[in-house]
Every structure is written in structure tokens, then in C-alpha cells.
Ligand binder design. Structure first.
Ligand code: ADP
Ligand code: ZN
Length: 552
């Protein structure tokens, strides 16, 4: 009976003809009161998993979500479908909403985590009397200190487990990724598999082609979500995060007006074809500069950042979502909850702080499945921001996670092999081929060349200079410089002095960055110092290597 009711709810309220395979299963499990963990790509339709059960069992579903703006959008969309939805945040003072909510008069009630933890216990006891169909935690990776977006308030949600005894808890996220170094992958994968086989009912889905897969290494964050929410024998469903219709590419950025003008021209081509574009900038200053350049080029763009007032931001958002503006220049404040299907390109002007952020932000394009492009423009200074990102963060675990994330983003940028393969494997998924055919590195043909000798020279020279110098000094030594700095420390007497004359300094630098990105050399940058970030301060070597690099 339940299946028929599910289908009719789907048709009546959502006007979809069928569930996606994992949706049906998750919804069934929730109705059976089983806890669930849903890890699915952005745009795969996770929301439906918590929207349908309340309508089927006719009891309120509670959804915890991190942002008021996100909840507001969802409530609006649900109301338009004839679903009784409301939200309660700390700013929501409307007493009637409160009282209606606690008497079970809403189908779906969104709450901020703070609100969920601070409503009086009578609220829950009253609502329990009316009946609660589920307690869903959206963006559940926020609960994990290993996640890229940890939020302290999420940590207290476990208290509700004891209050809402018979209510199924559901964690949903698009990113619950393991942070691993690639060489440790095999071991961890095996361990994760064994543990998971024994602990959880293993239900893995390859979302794109519904082929079953044998393993995925989302482990640490998932484990945290399950533990923190005290999920009891959860039904776990994990989809492929591959977005096959998205093209990934990376280019170097040269800060300056002429570069921006060129970029604006490039972007305009797509705009005249009718496709929407988001340009993500790392600073408000960049947002303003690029916004101005669009205006000067005669293209009307929207702007969105944290220092604009709420009204202006909402207006900007609305015009973009309604296709009245085709270009949005924004900081990442323009983010969660943009359910706009026809975004054709997402451009990053500056590299984000982690690949999780990058994947989430770039993933906002092509939700309709039509081919779309994601270009990332970076400069070296993007990777010297560890101190900035660590900011007030005190926990060592979190600092380490932040550093690792930034390093992974750097590796992605300087990659010469398939970007999709790298991304998917970073997210713990196996990509069966070496090339995807839909990224810049797969489309550009490059010649491979054995560079062991040069790599060895550079590493030996870094070693001879005893770390401590960054890349420039060893490169100058290799190139045989006799500058005062070199003579002062007598590096002109090193046996390697002058052995690398036949390549220009920039060439050596590019090789150096390759070595760093592939973890053969690393910044022993002092994470704890509050001095201005200087990631290229010191170098240490990991190990000796045979090194082949693809050079374009
Ligand atoms: P997520 O939360 O996973 O990022 P959403 O829940 O926002 O994804 O859904 C993404 C898009 O997919 C939405 O436009 C939604 O209407 C659509 N969608 C979800 N489920 C279905 C379905 N069963 N059939 C067709 N479209 C669906
Ligand atoms: Zn590729």
C-alpha cells in the first residue's frame, strides 16, 4: 500500500513520474522507521528523501538545515507545491508558527541546529504526541570536524536522539569524503570495506548508471556522521559523485585589468548563447572589479557578497534565478540552495580553499544534465592562505584538515593528468579509465617525458641548501648564479652549482611546483605561526623518486 501512496504523493505534489532508484529505497526505509545516511551528488535529488515520507505518513518531518536563506527558499518552493512547510530559526519570533508547529500542523518543519537544540522540551513532547515522521539533518558533513565545513552547533544534535526515541534520523550530504594521501588509499579502502561490511547494511549505488560498485572510501566523515547523530544500524546509500556532463579545466590567472577584460570577453560568448554563468571570486574586491568590467563591456551582471545588505542580495539572487540576469559575480556567500537548472558555466577566479568547496560550487552548473563547463583560474598566492583559512581555529585536528584540503586543491591545479579521475579518486571513488575525455588535460595532447634527472637535480639542490630557502635559492644555485646572497652562504661551492643552466628559472619553478603537487617535496610551512602566510618559506623532501612528467 505504501508504494502506491508514495507514487501518488510524488505525482500529486511534485509532478514527477518516477523516483530515482535510491530515493525509493531511502523513503521506504524512513517509513519503516529505519535510520539512514544518504551521500549523493549535488543535484541528485536528496531533498525528496525527506520531503515525501511526511506526506505519506501524514506526520510532521523535521529538517535541520544550516542556513536561514536555504530554508526560506525551500519553504517557498514547498508551499508553491501545496505542502504545508515552515521554518523556525532563532530570528523567527512568530509565536503562531511555533504553536502550530508544536501541534503538528506542518508537513515539513525546517529548523536551524541552534533552534532544534534550544526549544523547550515541551515543544518536543507536544510534537511527539502529534507524531514525527522523521528527523533529517541536511548538509550533515557539517557535524564532522574532518568535514570541510564544520559547525559547532551541529555537534549538539545528538542530544535529541534520547528525546526523539522512536523517530528515524536521517543524515544527508553531498560531501562526506575521506582525506587521504593517495598512497595510503589501498590500505584504507580495504579496512573501510571490512569494517563497513560488518557494521552496516552495505547498500552502494552508482547513481549515474545504477551499477553496483564494490567499494568507496568515504569513511572518516561518514563514520563521524553516523557516530555523532547516533544513527542506529543505518541504511547507508552512497552514489557516484561523478557529474559526467561537466567539463573541468584549470588555467593560470594573471591578476590585472587586461586579464579580466579578456575573461569577460570569453564569458560573454557563452552569455550571448543564452547560458547563465556564475563567477566565483575569493575576495569582495575581485567581485567588484569584475562586476565593473562587465558593466563596461555592456553586459548586465548581478553581484552578490556578504557585505551587501540583505535586500540587495535577495534582489540579485532573484533576478539571476529568474533568468533576468545571466551573469552573477559573487563570493561563495552566493551558494547553498541555488536550484537553477540551466547554469552553463561556473568560473572560479582564484582557487577555493578545498576541493570539496570547489566540487560543490562548480557542481551548481549543469543540473539539467546538459553539457556545461567549469573553469578554475588560480595563482600561486592562492595556496599561501593557510593562516588565513585557519583564522581562529584552535583544534589541531581541524587545522590539519584545513592544511590538507588546501594542499589537495593545489595538486588539482597543477595536475597534468585527467582532472575528473583525480577529483573522483579524491572523493574515494574509483574511476575505471585513465582519461575521461571531458577535461582540459584529456582534450589537450601532451608529450610525456622522463624528467628523473632534472627532478633529482632540483631535489638534491633543495637538500644541499638545507631546506629553509623556498624554491628561488636552489634554482639560482642550479642556474649558476653568483649573486651576493649565494656568495655570502658559499652556495657557489656546492657541487650542483651551475648544473641546471640549460633551463630558464621559470622552467625550474614549474618543475618545482609539480614536485610539490605530487608530494615529492612539500612546504614545511609553519601552520601555527600567525605571521603573514609564506607557504614557500621552507622545503623538505619526502623521498627519492623516478619522475615522469607530462609537459605541454
Ligand atoms: P540535492 O539536494 O541532492 O542537491 P535536489 O533535491 O535539489 O538535489 O534536486 C535536484 C533536482 O532534481 C531538482 O530540480 C529536483 O526537482 C529534481 N528531482 C529530484 N527528484 C526527482 C525525480 N524523482 N524525478 C525528476 N526530477 C527530480
Ligand atoms: Zn579527463
Amino acid at each position: 500500500m505504501s508504494m502506491e501512496t508514495m507514487r501518488s504523493v510524488l505525482k500529486k505534489y511534485f509532478r514527477f513520474s518516477d523516483f530515482r532508484p535510491y530515493q525509493r529505497e531511502v523513503i521506504e526505509k524512513i517509513i519503516e522507521k529505519r535510520d539512514c545516511l544518504v551521500v549523493m551528488a549535488t543535484g541528485s535529488g536528496k531533498s525528496l528523501c525527506y520531503q515525501v515520507p511526511p506526506l505519506v505518513v501524514k506526520k510532521t518531518g523535521i529538517v535541520v538545515s544550516p542556513l536561514i536563506s536555504l530554508m526560506r527558499d525551500q519553504v517557498m518552493a514547498l508551499k508553491q507545491r501545496g505542502i504545508k512547510a515552515e521554518y523556525l530559526g532563532s530570528a523567527q519570533k512568530d509565536f503562531t508558527v511555533h504553536s502550530k508547529a508544536e501541534h503538528g500542523q506542518f508537513d515539513i518543519l525546517f529548523m536551524t541546529p541552534e533552534k532544534a537544540c534550544t526549544v523547550p522540551s515541551s515543544f518536543w513532547s507536544n510534537l511527539l504526541k502529534a507524531g514525527i515522521s522523521l528527523f533529517a539533518v541536511d548538509e550533515a558533513h557539517c557535524i564532522s570536524e574532518w568535514g570541510h565545513d564544520f559547525r559547532v552547533e551541529y555537534k549538539h544534535l545528538d542530544k535529541l536522539r534520547e528525546v526523539l526515541l522512536d523517530v528515524p534520523f536521517v543524515g544527508l550530504t553531498a560531501t562526506a569524503t575521506e582525506k587521504y594521501s593517495s598512497f595510503a588509499l589501498a590500505g584504507r579502502a580495504a579496512l573501510g570495506l571490512v569494517v563497513r561490511y560488518f557494521l552496516f547494511d552495505l547498500n552502494l549505488y552508482w547513481y549515474n548508471n545504477s551499477r553496483r560498485t564494490s567499494y568507496t572510501v568515504y569513511f572518516r566523515v561518514q563514520y563521524d556522521i553516523i557516530g555523532s547523530l547516533k544513527l542506529n544500524y543505518p541504511f547507508v546509500t552512497i552514489g557516484s559523485v561523478d557529474r559526467t556532463n561537466l567539463f573541468y579545466g584549470v588555467k593560470l590567472l594573471n591578476r590585472g585589468q587586461s586579464f579580466i577584460d579578456e575573461l569577460v570577453r570569453e564569458i560573454s560568448k557563452e552569455v550571448t548563447n543564452g547560458g547563465s554563468t556564475i563567477i566565483y571570486c575569493t575576495t569582495i574586491k575581485d567581485v567588484e572589479q569584475i562586476f565593473k568590467s562587465f558593466a563596461e563591456a555592456g553586459i548586465e551582471a548581478g553581484m552578490y557578497h556578504g557585505q551587501m545588505n540583505g535586500k540587495a542580495r535577495e534582489e540579485s539572487h532573484r533576478l539571476f534565478v529568474r533568468d533576468e540576469l545571466q551573469v552573477m559575480v559573487a563570493t561563495i556567500a552566493f551558494g547553498m540552495g541555488i536550484d537553477k537548472p540551466n547554469i552553463r558555466q561556473v568560473i572560479h577566479y582564484g582557487c577555493p580553499k578545498s576541493l570539496e568547496s570547489y566540487y560543490q560550487e562548480s557542481g551548481r552548473c549543469g543540473r539539467d544534465g546538459i553539457a556545461s563547463v567549469c573553469w578554475l583560474y588560480y595563482t600561486r598566492s592562492d595556496f599561501a592562505k593557510a593562516d588565513f583559512y585557519c583564522g581562529e581555529v584552535k583544534s589541531e585536528k581541524q587545522r590539519k584538515a584545513i592544511m590538507e584540503s588546501l594542499l589537495a586543491a593545489e595538486r588539482y591545479c597543477v595536475l597534468t593528468t585527467c582532472r575528473r579521475k583525480f577529483l573522483l579518486e579524491y572523493f574515494g571513488e574509483k574511476f575505471p579509465a585513465d582519461r575521461c575525455g571531458n577535461c582540459d588535460n584529456c582534450k589537450i595532447s601532451r608529450k610525456e617525458r622522463d624528467m628523473s634527472r632534472e627532478a633529482f637535480l632540483l631535489m638534491a639542490c633543495i637538500h644541499s641548501c638545507r631546506g629553509g630557502w623556498g624554491l628561488n635559492m636552489p634554482i639560482d644555485v642550479l642556474r649558476g648564479s653568483r649573486s651576493k646572497k649565494i656568495l655570502d652562504v658559499q652556495f657557489d661551492k656546492l657541487p650542483l652549482h651551475g648544473l641546471g643552466k640549460n633551463y630558464p628559472a621559470n622552467w625550474w619553478k614549474a618543475l618545482g611546483y609539480q614536485l610539490i603537487s605530487q608530494a615529492y617535496a612539500y612546504h614545511s610551512h609553519d601552520l601555527w605561526s600567525n605571521s603573514s602566510a609564506n607557504a614557500s618559506g621552507k622545503f623538505e623532501l619526502c623521498r627519492a623518486i623516478a619522475f615522469t612528467v607530462a609537459m605541454s
